[in-house]
Design a protein around this ligand. Sequence first.
Ligand SMILES: [Cu+2]
Length: 511
Amino acid sequence: MARKVYTDYFFDEPAYNVHDGGYVPLKKAAAAPSQLRIPPLLKPDKETRSDTYYTVTAQAGETQFLPGEKTKTWGFGLPFLGKTIIFEKGKSVHINLQNKLSELTTFHWHGLNVSGPIVDGGCHAPVYPAETNKIAFKVDQPAATLWLHAHPCPSTAEQVWKGLAAMVIVKDKAESKLPFPRKYGVDDIPLILQDRKFHAHNQLDYNADYDPDGVQGPTAVINGTVNPYFDVTTQRVRFRILNGANRREWRLHFSDDLQFTQIGSDGGILPEPVAFTHLMLTCAERAEIIVDFGKYHPGDEVTLYTDDVPLVTFKIHEFEPAEVKLPEHLAEIPNPEVTPDTPIHRVVMSGMDEEVMLDGKKFDMQRIDAKQKIGSVELWDIVNTNQKEGGMVHPYHMHGIQFLVVSRNGHAPYPNEHGFKDTVGVNPRETVRLKVWYDKPGVFMYHCHIIEHEDGGMMAQIEAYDPKHPQTYKLMDMETLMNAFAKERGVKVEELQLGGMSSYKKMGMKM
Ligand SMILES: [Cu+2]
């Protein structure tokens, strides 16, 4: 039976970012086309059959984005973004988190099923300049495309803007048996979608561009490349697409309305492949897609667009024909049962600009907002109270786990939401029901992933607890972090300019 091909973006059009008052349209940059950068793989320091040892270094550098002066940037082992890190399911991983920056940062493993709050790497786990922290964990989840990014409150957005983000790939045996392209850099390609504004001398200026609803720039930057092209040398190419932008949504489609097949969502391979011509990704979401260039010939060009702006040109070269039929069924997704007694959590995302809140409150690092027992399967209703007209899609993210999307306003989730996810876009006036379970203890954040909303307090935290092994957590506090930032920047605390602060101030709320 021919597979249904979906041709729409599903999300509510009136809530698209293009309708924001502060929307920054993308413009074609004045730069010659250049080859798409492929972040190199991070080499382990040491590897045994059971253990892998890595060092991940946050560092400053310079990047040639545009003709002329280089841009001062930050990255993980690279001047901008980071080396791609591979984790193998079942292995024990040991990582040195090294900070060579001039200010504190954190190493948050977005989508990784690990304990919190230290291994997870949110705001409770700062690594100060010239220091190295060590974490260790067992890779305990199916093959997926995840990412690493900085997460120090309230400066996550600025640090990500400067470049602290990298792709993380989990591999496992089940995925390795599927007929997917998997030669990294050849037919298995990361696509980290971001946008930036370049000021005088080609420099970034986060504070100048600050917008409490999310910072945007007019220049698309893909894997750190402006105006990229990619040489296609195989008929089928797998793209691991990450929306690594602070605020921008991407509405992706190819020239000729070329069909593609989504095979993976945030947390792993989908139960079934889904065919699309159009795909929208909200912040922090990932999609693995396979594109079949079989109908093209050497010399042809295929373009990937967002809305009507070209993002990447694919130059078709000679390739071996590869007619591969994907199986109807790709992966087994566990779906634990719920009963009428299953607890239901309710999370309300409200407001826009500085007024954003979660459950009518702003984030407090010292406050635990929810609890859930390890192993207990519970329902979470995520509500977006924005107006249908003039409101926005808030991408809701939970740390430390992958969840299942049960329904949207009581209806079936979108066709590509039947696998594991850790981030889900919630439309205005919508309630998205999730099925959530934790299997590792810790304090974990949950928040809107428009990063300026997160810094602005649209965030809360849950303790996942094991009643047999109660734990007490020493939680970080804002004063300690602010004092550290002030000292590192050589200014008084009152003079600090950190993105999210203005949102607390405007609402007369303490950070
Ligand atoms: Cu939001």
